[in-house]
Design a protein around this ligand. Sequence first.
Ligand code: HEM
Length: 416
Amino acid sequence: NQPFPKDFTIDSTAAVLFEGYKFIQNRKHMLNSNIFQTRVMGKKVICISGEDAAELFYDNDKFQRQGAVPKRVQKSLFGVKAIQNKDGQAHQHRKELFMSLMTKDKINELQRITRNQWEMNIKNWEKAESITLYEDSAYIMCKIAFEWAGVPLKESEVQQRTHEYKSMVDSFGGVGPRYQKGKRSRINNEKWAKHMIEQVRDHTLSADEGTALHAMAWHKDSKGQLLDPLMAGKELINILRPIVAISRYVTFAALALHEYPQYKKKIKNDENGQSTKMFVHEVRRYYPFGPLLGAMTRQDFTWKGYDFKKGTLVFLDIYGTNRDSELWDDPELFYPERFDNWDGSGFDLIPQGGGDYYKNHRCPGEQVTIKVMEESIKFFVNDITYDVPNQDLGISLRRMPTLPRSGFIITNVNRK
Ligand code: HEM
C-alpha cells in the first residue's frame, strides 16, 4: 500500500492559523492529492477532501467523535460532552431529541416568527442613520431563536444573550482574548440555561409542549433518566446559539444580493420558491463558515490504498469540498443555477456536514437555517429598499470564522 503524501512542516499549527480556510486546499494543490498527512498541535492528522472523502468520514464503523473534539472547542463553542462528542446509541438517542423539533409544522412556525420579527424591526431601521447588518441581524436572530424555542426573553436581555452566542461562535478559530471571551460567554450562558431548565422542572416557568425548552427539560436518556440540568441547558444552547449564527449567512446573502443583483429579480418573481432556495444553497456553498471537521478512526482500515491506523485524527475539508472542481463546475463562481435539478448525494454540499441527519452528526438545524435565510432574503428583496455605501466588503480567508470586514453596512432603509 502507498504512504500518505506528507506536508513536511514539523508542525502546521501556525499554518492553520495563518492560512485559515485554505490550509487543506493549499496543501491539496501543492501535493496534488485529496489526502495527505500533517501535524497539528503535536498530533498526526490525515486531511481528506472531496465527496468520497466525506462519504468515508461519515462511516460510523470507521470513525468516532470521542477524542476528536479538542477540550478548548467544547469549552467555548459546543459544550463539554454535549451531542457533538457522542457516538453510537447515545448519539442517536440524543439526535432524535433534536430532530423531534424539526417537523414541518415547527419549520412553518419558524417561518412565521422570522417574518414577524423582521416586520417588527423595520421601524428601528427606518429611523437609523446606518445599520451594520451582521450586528443587527444577530440581534434579530436572537429574538427569533428564543421565541421559537419557547424561552422567555426580556428586551433588556437581548443584547447580552446575542453577545454571548456571537462570542462562542467567534472563538472557534481564535486564540488569546477571542477564545477567552467565548469561554466566559459559555460559562455565563450555561449557568443561565441550567437555571431555565430547573425552573421548568419545578414548574416556576411554563414551557409549551413542542418547544425546545420543553423538549430539553423533559428529555430522558436511553436509561430513562432526565438529563442533568446542566446538560439539558447545554443542549438548549445547541439550539439557540446556532440560530443566532445564521446572522453570518444572512450577512453573506445580503452581500451576494449586492454583488450579483441579477438575482433580486428572480427572487422577487419566484412563484414556487425554487430560485430563492437555489440562491440560499449557493450562499451556503460559496461563503466560508466552518472550515473543517475532525473525527477519530475507531479501527484499522484501508481506503484507496492508504492504511489508516486506529486512533488517528482525520480532518474533513468542508471549505475545500464546497469548492472542489471535481464536484462543482467553476466552483469559484457564484452561480445559484448550478442547483437547478440538483439531487444532492448528502456528501457534496457540506457546509453543515454530510450523511444522514439521524445516524450521523449532520447538522439537525439545516432546514432551520434554510428557512430563516429564505424568509430574510425575501424580506430584503420584496419589502424594503436600502443603499449600500462604500465600505470594505473584503472577506479574509485567514480569519475563522470570517465575515465581510465592514459587517455589511446599509443606509436609507425604507419599507416599500
Ligand atoms: C452540527 C454547521 C445552524 C444545530 C453542525 C455541524 C456543522 C454545522 C458543520 C457538524 C456536522 C458534523 O459534526 O458532522 C452549521 C452552520 C449553521 C448551522 C454553518 C448556520 C448557521 C444550526 C442551527 C441549529 C444547529 C440553526 C439548530 C437549530 C446543530 C447541532 C449540531 C450541529 C445540535 C450537532 C449535531 C450532532 O452532533 O449530531 N452544524 N449549523 N445548527 N448543528 Fe449546525
